[in-house]
Design a protein around this ligand. Structure first.
Ligand code: SF4
Ligand code: SF4
Length: 153
């Protein structure tokens, strides 16, 4: 059985420190204030006076049978055997169909309209390192691991 990789997120541990979001931007060389391949979203639970703020670190879920890959009219989005969904920016025609196909609104577009998304830090995985976002999380709220063996790193 081919190993599949996934993120695991525990909101109870999240400090909303932003380390995962910033680490991702820096590793990917993305200018601050532009694209966010990983972002912290705030979730407000309850109503006044019993209101709770929870935070969620959101990025591509690398869905099984990824709808974005199926929707891309030029085949610019591919899903690897290990489940990781990657986009070939050279092939992308900026049609934005993938955005419509994604239930989570994950695809991001640069000034030319070319799609960018999380690739699970493939360059790091190839060196036996874990994704920089999971590496940067101080509380292990964000973990990454092998969803086949259920082993997290
Ligand atoms: S924007 Fe690019 S990646 Fe997305 S569906 Fe269109 S061609 Fe494919
Ligand atoms: S795996 Fe890499 S590209 Fe994906 S959100 Fe984490 S740091 Fe960003």
């Amino acid at each position: 059985m081919t190993d599949r990789f996934a993120f695991n997120f525990d909101p109870a541990r999240c400090l909303n420190c932003g380390a995962c979001e910033i680490a991702c931007q820096q590793w990917k060389g993305i200018k601050a204030g532009t694209l966010k391949l990983r972002k912290i979203e705030e979730v407000t639970v309850g109503s006044f006076p019993d209101v709770t703020r929870k935070f969620s670190s959101v990025s591509c879920h690398h869905c099984i049978d990824a709808p974005c890959a199926a929707a891309c009219p030029v085949g610019a989005i591919n899903q690897q055997n290990n489940g990781i969904v990657v986009v070939n920016k050279e092939q992308c025609t900026a049609c934005h169909v993938c955005f419509e196909a994604c239930a989570f609104g994950i695809p991001q577009f640069d000034e030319e309209g070319i799609m960018h998304k999380c690739d699970m830090c493939l360059d790091r995985l190839e060196k036996g390192q874990k994704p920089i976002c999971a590496e940067a999380c101080p509380t292990r709220a964000l973990q990454w691991g092998n969803s086949t063996t259920r082993e997290s790193k």
